[in-house]
Design a binder for this molecule. Sequence first.
Ligand code: DAK
Length: 260
Amino acid sequence: MNVLFEQIGRVVVAKLNRPSALNALNTETMYELISKLEKFDKSPSVGCIIITGSENIFCAGADIKEMASKNFSQMFEEDYFGYWEVFSKIKTPIIAAVSGYALGGGCELAMMCDTILASENAVFGQPEIKLGVIPGIGGTQRLTSLVGKSKAMDIILSGRNIEAKEAENIGLASKIISQNNFLNNVIKYAQNIANYSKTALIASKEAINQSLECSLKDGIVFERRVFHSLFNTQDQKEGMDAFLEKRIANFNSIYQPIKK
Ligand code: DAK
C-alpha cells in the first residue's frame, strides 16, 4: 500500500508510504490517495483530514522514474495527473503536516491542502526547472496566490529550497510546530477543528476558496448568502444555544433534520 489510512476520532490521517522512492507520487499512489479521500469526505464521522509522510520526507514530488520516458502524446492522451483535480473538490478540511522534504509535486500536494503545518525540519521547493519542466499540479498558480508574484518567480525560477522559517514568513506554511511529537500535535490541532460543525467547516472552506475566484464584491455577497443559509442548520441552533446556556456545543448533526 502506497498510502496508509487511520481514523482517530473524527480525524483521518493519510500517510504517504513509498519510502524507497521518498514518497514520490506515481499514478497508483494518486488513485489510492484520492479515491479513499473521496469516501472519507462523504462520511459524517470525518471532520478533518491530515496528509503527511514520514519524519524526514513528506514527498519528493511526482515520480520521475514513471514520467521520464513519456512523450507529449502519452501525457496529453492520458491527461497525466489530471485526477488531482478531484482532490481539490474534497469538501472536508485538509491539513498538510509537512516534516522533511516537500519538493515539486510534494510542495504542490501540500498547497492543495487547506493549510500547511510545518515541522522545524520541513524543506519546501519547486525544483522542476532543474528537470527541464515546470510545476504541473498547480504550483505556478497556487504558490503565486499564496506568496505573490515576485516570491513565486524567485522560488520557481531558481528551484531553490525553502526552510520552514522562510515558508512561515512568506505565508506558504501557516505555522511551525516542534519536530518533537510533530504528528501528535497536528492531530490535536485537527481534532479541535473536526469537532466543529461539519456544515460550517465546509461552508468556511467554500467561502474562503471562493475569494480566489471572484471579485471582493461578489465574494462578500457569496459569504453573506452562505452565512444566511447556516441558519437552517441544527448546528447553528446548537452552537448559539450552547453559548447562551454556557455549555460546550455538541455539533455534527449534519444529516439530521432540523428540530422545530
Ligand atoms: N521520483 C522518483 N524517485 C525519486 C524521487 C522522485 N521525485 N525523489 C527521490 N527518488 C528516489 C531516488 O531516485 C532514489 O532511488 P534509488 O536510486 O535508491 O533507486 C531514492 O528515492 C533516494 O533518493 P536520493 O538518493 O536522491 O535521496 P537524498 O536523501 O540524497 O535526496 C532529495 C533527497 C529529496 C533531495 C532528492 O531525492 C531529490 O532531489 N529528489 C527529486 C526532487 C524533485 O526534483 N522533485 C520534483 C519532481 S518533478 C505533471 C504534473 C506534475 C508534475 C509533473 C507533470 N503533469 C500534470 C503533466 C510534477 C513534477 C515533479 O514533481
